[in-house]
Design a protein around this ligand. Structure first.
Ligand SMILES: [Zn+2]
Length: 487
C-alpha cells in the first residue's frame, strides 16, 4: 500500500546513504555515453542504455520513433488500485561541447570538491562522498541527473516494500537541446500513450537561493531580422555626410522606438494579448527569497534595467537586441556611409501572446515610423521610390508561452509534499524566464505541466565544465520517493 511521503523520503535517504557508490557508478556510466542529438549512433546507445535501466525496474519500455529523429524513451509502470497517472519528462540529449575549453573531458565523468571556477580539486570516485562535491560531465545537470535520481528512488522504495500511489509514465526526449524539431510530430503520433493527469517536467536548475523550486510555466520564444538601407553603394562620409541617409543611425533610432531603457515595449498593441498575473501568482513571487542583489554582484552590472525584482521582470514580454551589424570598428573602420544595417531581435512571449499577432503589430509599428516594409531585398525601383525601406526576416519559427494555473489541485499536492520535506520554504514561481515548447504538450496531449528542476543553479548547463552538486542528486531521490508515494 502507498506509504506516507515522509516515511518514503526517510527510507530513500537511508537506502541512498548505503548505496552512494552504486548510484554514482551508475550515473558515471550514463554520462560516459556522448549524447549530442545529431550523433545518431551514440544518441541511440543512450536510449538503449536507458531502456536497459528501466526494464528491470518494472517498466514496459518502448522507443518511440518519428521520422528522422532520435528515439524518445517511453516507459510505463502501472500501480494496482491507482487512479491517476503521473508523467515524468526528462531529456537525455545534451548540448554540443567544445572539449578544449573543459578542465576535464566532457564525456569522462570527473569528481571535484568544488566548482572549477573556485579551484575545485579532482577527488576519487569513491565513497564516502561529501555532498558538496560535484560530478563534472556533459549533461550531469542538464538533464541526466533526474534519470538516475528516479531509478534510485524506485530502488529504495522497492527495498523498503513501498508501493507507488500513482501510475507512472516516463517520456525521455532525445533532441531537446536541438530545439525539439520532431516533438509535435512525436506527441501527435503517440498521443494515446502520453495521456496523464500531470506532466512533471524535470529539467533546468533549482532556485538561485539553492531552495527547491516548482515552476508553473515558461515564456514563449520568437525573433526576427531587421535591415534598413542607405545608399546603394558605400559613400564617402566627407562628400555625402549629412546628405545621404545613414542606415546605422536609422536602425538604432528605429530600435529605440521599440523598447525603452527599462525594457518596456513601446510598440503599440504588443501587450494586447497579455494576461496579467493573478493574485496567487503575485503572492508567490512576493514570497520567494530575493536574489537580485546577489545577481547584480555576480554579473557586474551596477543595477538592473528596471527597479523590479527579476521574478517580476520575466512576467513581462521582452524584446532583446541579439546583435547588430554594419560597417566596422577599430582599425577596420572607414569613413564611409554604409549601404545597410541589420539587427537581430529576440522576443520572449508571455501568455497569451501569439507569434502571428506580434508579427502584425511589429510590421505596423515599422510602417508607422515611415518605412516601406518588404520581405525580399528591395528592388532598384523600390529603393529609388522610397526614402525608408525595412526588410523584415520572419524565417525563425516561434512558439507561445505556457503557464499552468497556480491553483491546479495536483500542483498544490506536489507543492505540499515538497514543502514537508524541507525546513526551507519551497519556492514557487509562475514562470521561468527561459523558453521550452511546453505549449505543445498542452495543445496536443492536453495535460497540465509543472516544472520540477533538479540541478544546482550553478551547474554550468550548456557551457564548459557542466556539473551536478551531489546534494542535489541526493535531495532529488527523496523528492521522487515522496511524490511517487504521496500523490
Ligand atoms: Zn535541459
Amino acid at each position: 500500500m502507498p506509504a506516507d511521503p515522509m516515511v518514503a523520503a526517510g527510507q530513500a535517504r537511508e537506502w541512498r546513504q548505503a548505496h552512494e557508490q552504486e548510484i554514482i557508478d551508475g550515473f558515471a556510466e550514463l554520462l560516459r555515453l556522448p549524447n549530442v542529438a545529431s550523433d545518431g549512433i551514440n544518441i541511440r546507445r543512450n536510449a538503449e542504455y536507458i531502456r536497459s535501466l528501466l526494464t528491470p525496474r518494472g517498466f514496459n519500455v518502448r522507443l518511440l520513433e518519428s521520422e528522422g529523429s532520435p528515439p524518445a524513451v517511453f516507459a510505463e509502470r502501472k500501480t494496482s488500485g491507482a487512479v491517476r497517472t503521473l508523467m515524468i519528462y526528462v531529456h537525455y540529449d545534451g548540448q554540443p561541447v567544445n572539449a578544449a575549453e573543459w578542465a576535464s573531458d566532457p564525456w569522462t565523468p570527473t569528481m571535484r570538491d568544488a566548482p572549477v571556477e573556485l579551484g575545485g580539486k579532482i577527488m576519487p570516485m569513491k565513497a564516502p562522498f561529501d555532498p558538496e562535491w560535484r560530478l563534472f560531465a556533459r549533461s550531469a545537470g542538464d538533464d541526466k541527473a533526474p534519470i538516475i535520481a528516479l531509478n534510485a528512488a524506485l530502488d529504495a522504495m522497492a527495498a523498503a516494500g513501498l508501493d507507488l500511489s500513482v501510475n507512472l509514465k516516463l517520456f525521455f526526449e532525445g533532441e531537446e537541446e536541438a530545439g525539439s524539431p520532431h516533438l509535435k510530430q512525436m506527441l501527435s503520433q503517440h498521443r494515446a500513450l502520453l495521456d496523464a493527469d500531470l506532466w512533471l517536467f524535470c529539467d533546468g536548475p533549482v532556485h538561485q537561493s539553492r531552495r527547491w523550486l516548482l515552476s508553473y510555466g515558461v515564456r514563449g520564444s520568437f525573433g526576427f531580422g531587421l535591415t534598413v538601407f542607405g545608399p546603394n553603394r558605400p559613400l564617402h562620409s566627407g562628400h555625402y555626410g549629412n546628405w545621404a541617409p545613414n542606415p546605422i543611425a536609422r536602425l538604432t533610432r528605429l530600435l529605440d522606438t521599440m523598447r525603452d531603457e527599462q525594457g518596456n515595449i513601446l510598440i503599440d498593441g504588443f501587450d494586447d494579448q497579455v494576461v496579467p498575473p493573478s493574485l496567487l501568482e503575485m503572492a508567490a513571487i512576493e514570497a520567494a527569497p530575493p536574489v537580485d542583489e546577489t545577481l547584480v554582484g555576480q554579473f557586474g552590472i551596477g543595477r538592473p534595467e528596471n527597479a523590479e525584482r527579476i521574478e517580476l521582470a520575466v512576467m513581462r514580454p521582452a524584446i532583446n537586441f541579439r546583435g547588430i551589424r554594419s560597417g566596422d570598428v577599430g582599425e577596420k573602420a572607414r569613413n564611409s556611409i554604409q549601404t545597410s544595417a541589420t539587427a537581430s531581435v529576440g522576443l520572449r512571449l508571455v501568455p497569451a501572446q501569439t507569434p502571428d499577432y506580434l508579427r502584425q503589430v511589429i510590421e505596423r509599428h515599422v510602417r508607422e515610423q515611415g518605412y516601406l516594409v518588404v520581405h525580399q531585398p528591395p528592388t532598384a525601383g523600390q529603393r529609388a521610390a522610397h526614402d525608408r525601406i525595412a526588410l523584415l526576416d520572419w524565417s525563425e519559427s516561434g512558439y507561445p508561452a505556457y503557464r499552468a494555473p497556480f491553483d491546479l489541485p495536483m500542483a498544490q499536492e506536489v507543492a505540499g509534499i515538497m514543502q514537508q520535506l524541507s525546513d526551507q520554504p519551497l519556492v514557487q514561481l509562475p514562470t521561468m524566464g527561459g523558453s521550452l515548447p511546453l505549449y505543445l504538450i498542452d495543445e496536443v496531449v492536453g495535460a497540465p505541466i509543472l516544472i520540477l528542476p533538479v540541478a544546482n543553479h550553478d551547474n554550468n548547463q550548456h557551457g564548459k565544465n557542466e556539473n551536478l552538486r551531489l546534494q542535489n542528486l541526493w535531495d532529488a531521490i527523496e523528492i521522487y520517493a515522496a511524490v511517487l508515494t504521496g500523490l
